[in-house]
Design a protein around this ligand. Structure first.
Ligand SMILES: Nc1nc2c(ncn2[C@@H]2O[C@H](COP(=O)(O)OP(=O)(O)O)[C@@H](O)[C@H]2O)c(=O)[nH]1
Ligand SMILES: [Mg+2]
Length: 449
């Protein structure tokens, strides 16, 4: 697959001031030489330097003017010869550039193919390739920071450090396989066991960052719930900063769940506005309420909104598992807070109408999420589900090797488990055969990346 030359529009589709079209592969210069006209033939242009160039169709008629940059492999993002054309960002003109490149011999790139080539050509490990997408999709400053750490190789370095601990252990154990007359002395055994134990706890520490990783990548699911008309949709709008949901004095206006990504003190939240919970309502509204209850069960945080200007009516029943992850918001504080709420010491008075109390709410949201565990560790790396599965296997296999060693099992058995732990470490960075997972990883990319 690395033999052909691929082309794609790398910028977002739709009209813009500029667009970037990228071409990578062994014939990138040949293909682009047939489409782009610069001062000199592309092969003679200084690499990594912008030159003015025209884009022309197969009959030689120029249809755009912009800048061309040439990168010679392996000193390029993909590790292959790579050309970028920065043209005008109109939809038609950009599409014509891509079509001219396809007519000149390039193939249309699939999702993530440029990054996949960078990985296959050894420019980055698999965790760094994944980080490219995390960075593009980051919804908050903390998520962006974690993506940049990973792009810089933080998870790859963790895997390498564990490998460095395990390899000498394996070498030792294998030496005993080769010299069956020798016994593992108590001293050597203790030293090997200590190393294995340290690998187990470090691998478990990485597994423990996966909840943080989930929240950074997908956002903490924050469900706004309460009775109709208390101001749930107003709160979604207030926190997201624009009129996302319809606000109306008519009860039962929000009938479906509405989601919006926001960030609070760097933490990404996936904010979910739900249909108000009440008796009755028509079919559509009742379906909306079912959805609201389902959202509650999956929530990382629940914002229970009530009309604070009135005594409580019928509070929404909360799943017991939500203890400690629920905030009570007394909305409509501009109308005055009813005495009936005086016992609710932890409740947060808020006015969606004036914005008063929103900073206290943000602060409370932050402390609940940081306190409830997932974001607790101030660890620069936060693994994804794939890394978690690999590091969990590292821990389990190393522990099995340790148990075998302590039980005086034949060194062959110890070695077997150690090799599986090392295999799992290789899978993290893609150093061993991971053909099956590649398609899954790169298919979630955008085209041109
Ligand atoms: N006075 C006052 N009215 C509010 C406040 N928040 C919302 N409302 C009004 O309450 C009504 C219901 O609001 P909405 O956000 O649609 O409630 P929902 O049914 O819970 O989504 C609307 O008429 C809002 O303008 C507030 O803080 N103060
Ligand atoms: Mg609503």
């Amino acid at each position: 697959m690395l033999r052909d030359t691929i082309a794609a529009i790398s910028t977002a589709h739709g009209g813009a001031a500029l667009s970037v079209v990228r071409v990578s592969g062994p014939d990138a210069l040949g293909v682009c030489g047939r489409v782009f006209r610069a001062r000199r033939p592309l092969t003679e242009l200084a690499p990594r330097t912008a030159f003015r160039a025209c884009a022309a169709d197969s009959s030689g008629r120029a249809f755009d003017e912009g800048l061309v940059l040439v990168f010679h492999g392996p000193a390029s993002f993909t590790g292959e010869d790579l050309v970028e054309f920065h043209g005008h960002g109109g939809m038609l003109v950009t599409q014509m550039t891509l079509e001219a490149l396809l007519a000149a011999g390039a193939r249309a790139a699939g999702p993530g193919e440029f990054t996949q080539r960078a990985y296959l050509n050894g420019k980055m490990d698999l965790t760094q390739a994944e980080a490219v997408m995390d960075l593009i999709h980051a919804h908050s400053t903390l998520a962006l920071r974690a993506a940049n750490e990973q792009l810089g190789g933080a998870i790859g370095r963790e895997a390498a450090a564990l490998k460095e601990e395990l390899l000498p252990v394996l070498a030792h154990v294998e030496a005993f396989i080769d010299f069956p007359d020798e016994d593992i002395t108590p001293d050597t055994g203790a030293a090997l066991a200590a190393r294995m134990q340290s690998v187990v706890s470090r691998a478990r520490g990485l597994v423990a960052t996966s909840e943080q990783g989930r929240i950074l990548r997908q956002g903490a699911r924050t469900v706004i719930c309460g009775e109709p008309n208390v101001g749930k949709s107003s709160l979604l709008n207030l926190l997201s900063g624009f009129e996302r949901a319809i606000v109306s004095p008519a009860a039962g206006t929000t009938r479906d769940t509405i989601e919006e990504f926001i960030q609070v003190h760097g933490i990404p939240l996936r904010l979910v506005d739900t249909a108000g919970l009440r008796e009755g309502g028509d079919d559509v509204e009742r379906t909306g309420m079912d959805r609201a209850r389902r959202e509650l069960e999956r929530a990382d945080l629940v914002l229970e909104v009530v009309d604070g200007s009135r005594p409580p009516e019928r509070r929404v029943e909360m799943p017991a598992a939500l203890q400690g992850r629920r905030l009570l918001v007394l909305n409509k504080a501009d109308l005055g807070i009813s005495e009936a709420w005086q016992d609710s010491a932890d409740a947060i008075p808020l006015s969606c109408a004036t914005g008063e109390g929103v900073e206290a709410l943000r602060e409370a949201v932050r402390s609940v999420i940081m306190r409830s565990g997932p974001m607790q560790a101030d660890h620069p790396v936060a693994v994804n589900a794939r890394h978690k599965e690999c590091f969990a296997r590292v821990a389990v296999r190393t522990e099995a090797a340790l148990a075998a060693l302590r039980a005086d099992a034949a060194p062959e058995f110890v070695a077997l488990d150690l090799r599986e732990a090392l295999q799992a470490l290789g899978e993290v960075v893609g150093a061993v055969d991971v053909e099956q997972v590649l398609d899954i990883i790169f298919s979630s990319f955008c085209i041109g990346k």
